[in-house]
Design a protein around this ligand. Sequence first.
Ligand code: G4F
Length: 324
Amino acid sequence: MTKSALITGITGQDGSYLADLLLEKGYRVFGLRRRTSVPILENIQHIEKEIEFIDGDLMDLSSLIHAVKIANPDEVYNLGAQSFVGTSWDQPILTGQVTALSVTNMLEAIRIVKPSARYYQASSSEMFGKVVETPQKESTPFYPRSPYGVAKVYGHWMTVNYRESYNMYACSGILFNHESPRRGIEFVTRKITDAVARIKLGLQNELRLGNLDALRDWGYAKDYVECMWLMLQQDKPDDYVIATGETHSVREFCEIAFGHVGLDYQKYVVTDPKFFRAAEVDLLLGDPSKAINKLGWTPQKTTFEQLVHLMVDSDLGKVKRISN
Ligand code: G4F
């Protein structure tokens, strides 16, 4: 029988890759779509006609109840959020409403309409924040460092709580940073690869960044969505860290990205205090052993260097098309 899935955040990087994967697997894919004056469909243009959109908003429980009734999903992937850490200091309350409280809205909609649906919650390595151990694993205590991180901790524990209170199949994927050509331009990796392309093509002179010494465990988003799906195919629901097990600095990312087009990053990157955060997460390094052993997942199908290269190549293509 054809399975159906409901995805929130379907127009984002992860939602779009997950929709690709589920369509390939023969799922009926429903996407929750928030009304915006200008539709943002770039990431899903190629599959727009195959997705069944349902209008709704994560902050509006009645629209989520309606969405679950319409989709009658076997699986729900809750990927929608205010996901930019930097903005969470400017809009802490909105971040709490969208990134934290709406998780309860989604869980409630499922509990009321279809409690047998399997639920995936997009948790984040930002929950580890000022890390208390390295590498970080499922049992590592949380110490979030931003309103975003705090909101994600709430969503994570609500997911665990609904699993334990109502016996729902609810899983939380603690994903470390994951990037791709579909990443939003405000995140540091895309900001760098877009700038590299513009500088190489003579359209920009410099790149202004914040903390170059921050260390992140960066993987490829396309590899990570497979893990979301795997989590919902097990006998029992559980929580998993998804990471590569390698960490690299923002500086290293710059070095490889500029180097890929024959440029020296030191000539173009300028440090600007405007991009420093009120409280920084200095180091993230995940231990994906549980996902490897229990889900049979393979991290680093795409290596760090390959990831940087494919993002630079994609941005070179995009910038050339726009500027011609
Ligand atoms: O790319 P970022 O903005 O990602 P961040 O804050 O690590 O969060 C991302 O990954 C999380 C998973 O751990 C997700 F939950 C979250 O939704 C998001 O996808 O920043 C990465 C690092 C930070 O340390 C930041 O201070 O890069 C540093 N950085 C230095 N200069 C900068 C810049 N970040 C941004 N966005 N812009 C800069 O100019």
